[in-house]
Design a binder for this molecule. Structure first.
Ligand SMILES: Nc1ncnc2c1ncn2[C@@H]1O[C@H](COP(=O)(O)OP(=O)(O)OP(=O)(O)O)[C@@H](O)[C@H]1O
Ligand SMILES: [Mg+2]
Length: 140
């Protein structure tokens, strides 16, 4: 699902990765282990595209989408676990919020109705009605 090809990265004289090749295949769970400062967080940032390696590339299967949960214990305190997972799909989550805001309006105009219809269509195409059960399956 995710392929890492010939990835190299160094900071100054410190070589973190030298020609790394690895394939992550669907259906598996992976854990990344290593000593403090070995480069685990840096590797995750390369996988997610947050930083570019000096050489090599990361590719993801066409039609797949990557979600990343930041290692920040407090960032999602105000959200439920299910919402936190669904927020990984930013576009879908924004559509949900926009829809809720429109439906909560007291003065619901024709333009609001049209906008809501557009959002519902995109929401349906993105399989939005299954998002919550998909998130629950993923957590299981
Ligand atoms: N932007 C940067 N510029 C220079 N050096 C960096 C940079 N980012 C990370 N490093 C160095 O690269 C090495 C790997 O850092 P990284 O944070 O990836 O390690 P880690 O394996 O996640 O460590 P920890 O177990 O402490 O979370 C460290 O020596 C760090 O100081
Ligand atoms: Mg780290």
């Amino acid at each position: 699902m995710i392929s890492v090809s010939n990835v190299s990265l160094q900071y100054g004289k410190r070589i973190l990765f030298d020609e790394v090749n690895v394939k992550f295949t669907p259906g598996n769970c992976y854990g990344l282990i290593g000593a403090n400062g070995a480069g685990k967080s840096t590797f995750m940032k390369i996988l997610s595209g947050e930083i570019e390696p000096n050489k090599g590339q990361v590719s993801i299967l066409p039609g797949m989408r990557m979600s990343v949960l930041k290692q920040n214990h407090f960032e999602f305190d105000e959200y439920t676990v299910l919402d936190t997972v669904m927020m990984g799909n930013k576009r879908l989550y924004n559509i949900m919020k926009e829809k809720d805001a429109i439906y909560a309006k007291e003065d619901f105009s024709e333009a609001d109705g049209n906008k809501a219809a557009e959002l519902e269509a995109e929401f349906g195409e993105m399989n939005g009605w299954n998002a919550e059960s998909d998130a629950a399956t993923l957590l299981n």
